[in-house]
Design a protein around this ligand. Structure first.
Ligand code: HEM
Length: 166
C-alpha cells in the first residue's frame, strides 16, 4: 500500500528529499532566529484571520489567533532545529491527529500555502534559499495532511464488518 509520505509527494509534487532539505546542512533556527519564526506565524495568521474567503477563514473560527500563532511558531522552531518548544507545552506534534477536526482538502491546502507564500515573502529576514526549503517542507506537509484527511474520510465511509445492514 502507498504510504502517506508517498501520497504526499505525489499530491504536492515535492519529492521527499526536497521536503526534508530543511534537515540538511544549515540549521534554519540558528540561521534565522526565534523572532523570524514569530514574525512569520504572526504574518501568516493575520492573513488567515482576514481572509476574504469565508470558507477558509471559518476553519479557524474555533481558535484564538494569538494561540494559533504560538502553536505554529513553536512547532516551526522545534522542527527547524531549535529547542523542543512545541512538545514541552503541547506534547507530540502528531499533526494528522491534531488536524482531524478540520476539513483539510486540496483546496484548503492550496489556500494555506497561498497565505504562507505571501507571509514568507513579507518577512525580510528570510533569505531565498531558506524560503525555498521551508516552502517545500510546508507544501509536502500540507498534502501529507490532505492524505491523512482522505484516509479519515475513507474509514468513515467503510462500514464496520459487524455493522447490521438495514
Ligand atoms: C493544509 C491546510 C491546513 C489547514 C486547513 C490547517 C488548519 C489548522 C487549524 C484550524 C488549526 C488550529 C489552530 C490552533 O488552534 O492552533 C491548526 C493548527 C496547527 N497546524 Fe495546521 N492547517 C493546515 C496545514 C498545516 C501545515 C502544512 C502545518 C505544518 C507545516 C500545520 C501545522 C499546524 C500546527 C503545528 C498546529 C497547532 C496544533 C496544536 O497545537 O494543537 N498546519 N491547523
Amino acid at each position: 500500500m502507498q504510504s502517506l509520505q508517498e501520497k504526499a509527494s505525489r499530491l504536492s509534487g515535492v519529492a521527499r528529499e526536497d521536503a526534508f532539505a530543511i534537515d540538511d546542512g544549515t540549521n534554519l533556527y540558528q540561521k534565522l532566529g526565534l523572532q523570524t519564526f514569530i514574525d512569520l506565524s504572526t504574518n501568516f495568521y493575520n492573513r488567515v484571520y482576514e481572509d476574504e474567503e469565508e470558507w477558509f477563514r471559518g476553519i479557524f473560527a474555533g481558535s484564538k489567533k494569538e494561540e494559533a500563532i504560538q502553536n505554529q511558531y513553536e512547532f516551526f522552531v522545534q522542527r527547524m532545529g531549535g529547542p523542543p518548544m512545541f512538545s514541552m507545552r503541547r506534547g507530540h506534534p502528531a499533526l494528522i491527529g491534531r488536524h482531524r477536526p478540520f476539513p483539510v482538502t486540496h483546496q484548503a491546502a492550496e489556500r494555506w500555502l497561498h497565505h504562507m507564500q505571501l507571509a514568507l515573502d513579507s518577512v525580510p529576514s528570510i533569505d531565498s534559499d531558506s524560503k525555498i526549503k521551508m516552502m517545500n517542507f510546508f507544501r509536502h506537509t500540507a498534502f501529507f495532511l490532505v492524505a491523512g484527511d482522505e484516509l479519515k474520510n475513507q474509514k468513515q465511509g467503510v462500514p464496520c464488518k459487524h455493522a447490521v445492514s438495514k
